[in-house]
Design a protein around this ligand. Sequence first.
Ligand code: ADP
Ligand code: ZN
Length: 519
Amino acid sequence: MSDSALQLLNSIFGYASFRGNQQAIIERVSGGGDALVLMPTGGGKSLCYQIPALLRPGTAIIVSPLIALMQDQVEALHQLGIEAAFLNSSLDAMAQREVEQRLRAGDLKLLYVAPERLLTGRFLDLLEQTEVSLFAIDEAHCVSQWGHDFRPEYRQLTILHERFPQVPRIALTATADAPTRREIIERLGLGSAESFIASFDRPNIRYSVVEKDNPRRQLKDFLLGRHGESGIVYCLSRNKVEATATALVEDGFQALPYHAGMDAAQRAANQKRFLREDGIVMVATIAFGMGIDKPDVRFVAHLDLPKSLEGYYQETGRAGRDGLPSEAWMTYGLADVVTLSQFIARSEAGEERKRVERSKLNALIGYAESTGCRRRQLLSYFGETPPERCGNCDNCLDPPSTWDATVAAQKALSCVYRTGQRFGVKHLIDVLRGVDGEKVGKFDHDRLSTFGIGAEFDDRQWSAIFRQLVAAGFLVPDDEGYGTLRLADASRAVLRGEVEVRMRHVADRVERKARQKSS
Ligand code: ADP
Ligand code: ZN
């Protein structure tokens, strides 16, 4: 049977050999078994159901939330001479009836359907009268409420198994962390599916993180010499998208904004330009990118912390699909951590969900603060056991040095304590440095024993110390949104001198770069 799969690969798709575990997946599904496929974007998931669809009698039903992608895929299949169609809200009533007609007549090898369409009683009845070869559930992570692509309709897809128990199912996703995987298996009733997990490594992407200092200037430095390259710059807010796009245009880049608050036509036009033209920088919120398939995206930059490591990996995975060297770059500062902590604290979600979100945020902070290999950090989060060093991330290429920050940590923590655990970083630094800041006089904080005990560091160094104390879980930002810090239980051991605190050298890399440039 795999002979005929290979023949189809050669003769119809024009490829010489299967990639990774494509062949095993195709054998499993063609033979009538269920499969869960975890493969990075660009890994070649489509063939995993397209070839079984051709090998098995009947019509394959592909569930996809991405209307634009359906059209592209169907067009591509037509060009290969394969009978395929899609059903979604973009079709008028007549076109829909025509597709249904072809389905009933058994003319289609593949039919792409939006989940809400698939789940209508009418369509399910239609399927009863059809020979279905397999169900493919694309973007299967949409079933997970923890991700930002959650689609409630995906939860109802178990009906496929209930009504068509003999039809094999293949669920596919590029989101790979263990909780999401478990949720897909549980929510889609895929207990008897064989899992196929490809390595998520994207060796051509170079990961780096810089301490947020002056993000606009830092972005400019990063983009130096990148004129003419296609790339994506992600920001958290719509305002920042607009402002950043404008600034980049002023710097001579062909930058376009993209966010959900824009007029739909303008948004679509910008997306089209990004896909069709060379050298466009798309400045966007995370509303942009799902299903975007552009091979030569050279960089993905994050001006704000993404929501989770899965999100980050998916967003940066849009770079370098052509396999050529590409960059995933991010700026990161304490304010990001505070903002995201507040998002979580203030959300309406229940305690359980908040707990999950907090642990996701911590994983992300761990990545940003890591002094070891970034790739290793990412891949181990996705359950892989990568080598110690990748040689293609900032920390591997330019290892950060660390220092014994125990005394500095003790000073910072006692300053938080002495000021009553109700101030933000700016004021805390004023007290530590003995600066007569706006609140110092008002609260008589110049009389505290901690006033002026930290004159050895400047503002920037202290702010990096506070950030790392938050990242390490010694300080906790408040829930109300004032940016105030309080002590976590873990900080007691530091104050008592029972643990050593090591931190990366502040602005180490930035300063070294500056030195290199001037020498
Ligand atoms: P995914 O859905 O996992 O993001 P696709 O199915 O769109 O990935 O495949 C990404 C690209 O790789 C496509 O251009 C596809 O034609 C190509 N591809 C897939 N499998 C193979 C293969 N075995 N050999 C060569 N190219 C392949
Ligand atoms: Zn590395």
